[in-house]
Design a binder for this molecule. Sequence first.
Ligand code: BEZ
Length: 233
Amino acid sequence: MSLKLGDQFPNFQLKTTIGDIQLHEWLGDSWGILFSHPADYTPVCTTELSRAAKLAPDFAKRNTKLIGLSCDSLDNHHGWIKDLQAYSGPNFQCTGDKCKIIPHGEFAFPIIDDSDRKLAKELGMIDPAEFDNKGLPLTARAVFFIGPDKKVKASLLYPATTGRNFDEILRLLDSLQLSAKLPIATPVDWKVGDKVMVPPSVKDEDVQKFFPQGVQVKNDLPSGKGYIRMAQV
Ligand code: BEZ
Protein backbone atom coordinates (compact mmCIF):
# COMPACT_ATOMS: atom_id res chain seq x y z
CA MET A 1 0.00 0.00 0.00
CA SER A 2 1.21 3.48 -0.59
CA LEU A 3 -0.81 6.29 0.90
CA LYS A 4 -2.34 9.01 -1.23
CA LEU A 5 -3.36 12.53 -0.23
CA GLY A 6 -6.64 12.37 1.66
CA ASP A 7 -6.25 8.69 2.68
CA GLN A 8 -6.78 7.75 6.30
CA PHE A 9 -3.39 7.22 7.97
CA PRO A 10 -3.53 3.71 9.55
CA ASN A 11 -3.92 3.48 13.31
CA PHE A 12 -0.74 1.47 13.83
CA GLN A 13 0.17 -0.15 17.13
CA LEU A 14 3.75 1.12 17.59
CA LYS A 15 6.76 0.10 19.65
CA THR A 16 8.50 3.38 20.53
CA THR A 17 11.06 4.95 22.84
CA ILE A 18 8.19 6.15 25.06
CA GLY A 19 6.56 2.68 25.18
CA ASP A 20 3.85 0.99 23.11
CA ILE A 21 1.35 3.41 21.62
CA GLN A 22 -1.67 3.35 19.33
CA LEU A 23 -0.95 6.11 16.82
CA HIS A 24 -4.39 7.76 16.61
CA GLU A 25 -4.89 7.81 20.37
CA TRP A 26 -1.39 9.22 20.90
CA LEU A 27 -2.03 11.95 18.32
CA GLY A 28 -5.38 12.94 19.87
CA ASP A 29 -6.54 16.22 18.33
CA SER A 30 -3.05 17.26 17.22
CA TRP A 31 -1.54 17.36 13.80
CA GLY A 32 1.14 14.71 13.35
CA ILE A 33 4.37 14.33 11.43
CA LEU A 34 5.65 10.78 11.09
CA PHE A 35 9.10 10.76 9.53
CA SER A 36 11.61 8.01 8.82
CA HIS A 37 15.40 8.05 8.70
CA PRO A 38 17.70 5.36 7.26
CA ALA A 39 19.60 4.37 10.38
CA ASP A 40 20.67 5.39 13.88
CA TYR A 41 24.32 6.37 14.39
CA THR A 42 24.68 7.83 10.88
CA PRO A 43 25.85 11.39 10.18
CA VAL A 44 23.06 12.98 8.11
CA CYS A 45 20.35 11.41 10.29
CA THR A 46 22.08 12.84 13.36
CA THR A 47 21.89 16.35 11.90
CA GLU A 48 18.22 15.88 10.97
CA LEU A 49 16.93 14.48 14.25
CA SER A 50 18.95 17.01 16.25
CA ARG A 51 17.38 19.85 14.25
CA ALA A 52 13.90 18.36 14.64
CA ALA A 53 14.44 18.15 18.40
CA LYS A 54 15.63 21.78 18.54
CA LEU A 55 12.41 22.78 16.74
CA ALA A 56 10.18 21.06 19.34
CA PRO A 57 8.80 24.44 20.57
CA ASP A 58 7.99 25.47 16.97
CA PHE A 59 6.08 22.23 16.32
CA ALA A 60 4.28 22.46 19.68
CA LYS A 61 3.17 26.03 18.83
CA ARG A 62 1.61 24.55 15.72
CA ASN A 63 -0.18 21.84 17.77
CA THR A 64 1.87 19.20 15.97
CA LYS A 65 3.41 16.02 17.38
CA LEU A 66 6.52 14.55 15.78
CA ILE A 67 7.34 10.86 15.70
CA GLY A 68 10.49 9.39 14.12
CA LEU A 69 11.01 5.90 12.69
CA SER A 70 13.82 3.66 11.53
CA CYS A 71 14.48 -0.07 11.23
CA ASP A 72 16.68 0.02 14.35
CA SER A 73 15.89 -1.56 17.71
CA LEU A 74 14.74 0.40 20.76
CA ASP A 75 18.15 -0.27 22.35
CA ASN A 76 19.83 1.45 19.41
CA HIS A 77 17.39 4.37 19.54
CA HIS A 78 17.99 4.87 23.27
CA GLY A 79 21.76 4.75 22.82
CA TRP A 80 21.69 7.16 19.87
CA ILE A 81 19.40 9.61 21.70
CA LYS A 82 22.32 10.34 24.05
CA ASP A 83 24.44 11.30 21.02
CA LEU A 84 21.60 13.40 19.60
CA GLN A 85 21.20 15.29 22.86
CA ALA A 86 24.94 15.93 23.07
CA TYR A 87 25.13 16.97 19.41
CA SER A 88 22.26 19.43 19.51
CA GLY A 89 22.72 20.84 23.01
CA PRO A 90 19.80 21.20 25.45
CA ASN A 91 16.40 20.21 24.06
CA PHE A 92 12.92 21.02 25.26
CA GLN A 93 9.79 18.93 25.44
CA CYS A 94 6.76 21.14 24.79
CA THR A 95 3.00 20.98 25.07
CA GLY A 96 1.48 24.13 23.61
CA ASP A 97 3.46 27.06 25.09
CA LYS A 98 4.74 25.02 28.06
CA CYS A 99 8.26 23.65 27.59
CA LYS A 100 10.56 21.82 29.97
CA ILE A 101 14.19 20.92 29.54
CA ILE A 102 14.56 17.26 28.66
CA PRO A 103 16.35 15.05 31.17
CA HIS A 104 19.47 13.27 29.91
CA GLY A 105 18.55 10.05 28.09
CA GLU A 106 15.12 11.27 27.04
CA PHE A 107 14.26 12.98 23.76
CA ALA A 108 11.93 15.66 22.35
CA PHE A 109 9.77 13.12 20.51
CA PRO A 110 9.36 9.34 20.33
CA ILE A 111 11.16 7.16 17.78
CA ILE A 112 9.52 3.99 16.43
CA ASP A 113 11.30 0.61 16.33
CA ASP A 114 10.36 -0.71 12.88
CA SER A 115 12.98 -3.46 12.88
CA ASP A 116 10.44 -5.88 11.34
CA ARG A 117 10.05 -3.30 8.51
CA LYS A 118 6.26 -3.54 8.74
CA LEU A 119 5.62 0.20 8.38
CA ALA A 120 8.56 0.68 6.01
CA LYS A 121 6.99 -1.80 3.57
CA GLU A 122 3.35 -0.88 4.15
CA LEU A 123 3.97 2.86 3.67
CA GLY A 124 6.42 2.53 0.75
CA MET A 125 9.33 4.04 2.70
CA ILE A 126 12.10 1.64 1.61
CA ASP A 127 15.12 3.18 -0.12
CA PRO A 128 16.05 0.67 -2.88
CA ALA A 129 19.72 1.73 -2.73
CA GLU A 130 20.33 1.35 1.04
CA PHE A 131 20.97 -1.82 3.05
CA ASP A 132 22.23 -2.55 6.55
CA ASN A 133 25.29 -4.74 7.24
CA LYS A 134 23.07 -7.87 7.08
CA GLY A 135 21.85 -6.87 3.59
CA LEU A 136 18.39 -5.88 4.89
CA PRO A 137 16.71 -2.83 3.30
CA LEU A 138 16.69 0.55 5.06
CA THR A 139 14.13 3.32 5.11
CA ALA A 140 14.44 6.44 2.97
CA ARG A 141 13.71 9.91 4.40
CA ALA A 142 9.90 9.90 4.27
CA VAL A 143 7.65 12.51 5.90
CA PHE A 144 3.88 12.12 6.38
CA PHE A 145 1.83 15.13 7.48
CA ILE A 146 -1.30 13.88 9.25
CA GLY A 147 -4.25 16.16 9.95
CA PRO A 148 -6.33 16.12 13.16
CA ASP A 149 -8.84 14.05 11.13
CA LYS A 150 -6.02 11.44 10.70
CA LYS A 151 -5.94 11.98 6.94
CA VAL A 152 -2.73 12.40 4.93
CA LYS A 153 -2.35 16.11 4.10
CA ALA A 154 1.09 15.92 2.41
CA SER A 155 4.07 13.61 2.08
CA LEU A 156 7.73 13.89 1.08
CA LEU A 157 10.14 11.16 0.07
CA TYR A 158 13.88 11.84 -0.12
CA PRO A 159 16.66 9.30 -0.69
CA ALA A 160 19.06 8.50 2.16
CA THR A 161 21.73 10.64 0.50
CA THR A 162 19.80 13.95 0.87
CA GLY A 163 19.01 15.41 4.27
CA ARG A 164 15.69 17.23 4.55
CA ASN A 165 15.17 20.95 5.10
CA PHE A 166 13.22 21.45 8.33
CA ASP A 167 12.50 25.09 7.49
CA GLU A 168 10.58 23.72 4.50
CA ILE A 169 8.83 21.16 6.70
CA LEU A 170 7.62 23.99 8.98
CA ARG A 171 6.68 26.13 5.97
CA LEU A 172 4.67 23.30 4.44
CA LEU A 173 2.95 22.68 7.79
CA ASP A 174 2.06 26.40 8.01
CA SER A 175 0.57 26.29 4.52
CA LEU A 176 -1.43 23.11 5.29
CA GLN A 177 -2.77 24.56 8.53
CA LEU A 178 -3.75 27.88 6.95
CA SER A 179 -5.44 26.23 3.98
CA ALA A 180 -7.34 23.96 6.41
CA LYS A 181 -8.84 27.13 7.97
CA LEU A 182 -9.44 29.31 4.90
CA PRO A 183 -10.10 28.70 1.19
CA ILE A 184 -6.59 29.81 0.16
CA ALA A 185 -3.51 28.47 -1.58
CA THR A 186 0.05 29.61 -0.89
CA PRO A 187 2.30 30.72 -3.77
CA VAL A 188 5.91 29.98 -4.57
CA ASP A 189 8.33 30.54 -1.65
CA TRP A 190 5.43 31.72 0.55
CA LYS A 191 6.02 32.14 4.25
CA VAL A 192 3.80 33.16 7.14
CA GLY A 193 2.77 36.83 6.77
CA ASP A 194 3.07 36.90 2.97
CA LYS A 195 0.03 37.36 0.76
CA VAL A 196 -1.89 34.21 -0.16
CA MET A 197 -3.65 33.29 -3.39
CA VAL A 198 -7.39 32.93 -3.80
CA PRO A 199 -7.84 29.69 -5.72
CA PRO A 200 -10.20 29.34 -8.72
CA SER A 201 -12.67 27.35 -6.58
CA VAL A 202 -13.64 30.59 -4.73
CA LYS A 203 -16.34 32.38 -6.74
CA ASP A 204 -16.08 36.18 -7.14
CA GLU A 205 -19.34 36.59 -5.20
CA ASP A 206 -17.84 34.77 -2.17
CA VAL A 207 -14.59 36.72 -2.05
CA GLN A 208 -15.88 39.47 0.28
CA LYS A 209 -17.16 36.88 2.79
CA PHE A 210 -13.78 35.13 3.11
CA PHE A 211 -11.48 38.13 2.55
CA PRO A 212 -13.15 41.15 4.14
CA GLN A 213 -9.88 43.11 3.84
CA GLY A 214 -10.13 42.83 0.06
CA VAL A 215 -8.43 41.01 -2.75
CA GLN A 216 -6.01 42.37 -5.36
CA VAL A 217 -6.64 41.04 -8.84
CA LYS A 218 -3.94 41.10 -11.51
CA ASN A 219 -5.77 42.12 -14.66
CA ASP A 220 -2.83 43.20 -16.81
CA LEU A 221 -1.76 39.79 -18.12
CA PRO A 222 -2.18 39.12 -21.86
CA SER A 223 -5.18 36.84 -21.31
CA GLY A 224 -6.95 39.48 -19.19
CA LYS A 225 -8.56 36.62 -17.29
CA GLY A 226 -7.92 37.97 -13.76
CA TYR A 227 -7.17 34.56 -12.27
CA ILE A 228 -4.34 35.85 -10.05
CA ARG A 229 -6.15 37.03 -6.94
CA MET A 230 -4.05 37.84 -3.86
CA ALA A 231 -5.10 38.56 -0.31
CA GLN A 232 -3.53 39.38 3.04
CA VAL A 233 -4.92 37.18 5.80
C1 BEZ B 1 23.41 9.33 6.87
O1 BEZ B 1 22.49 9.57 7.66
O2 BEZ B 1 24.47 9.94 6.91
C2 BEZ B 1 23.22 8.29 5.82
C3 BEZ B 1 22.54 7.12 6.10
C4 BEZ B 1 22.40 6.17 5.10
C5 BEZ B 1 22.91 6.41 3.84
C6 BEZ B 1 23.57 7.59 3.56
C7 BEZ B 1 23.73 8.54 4.57
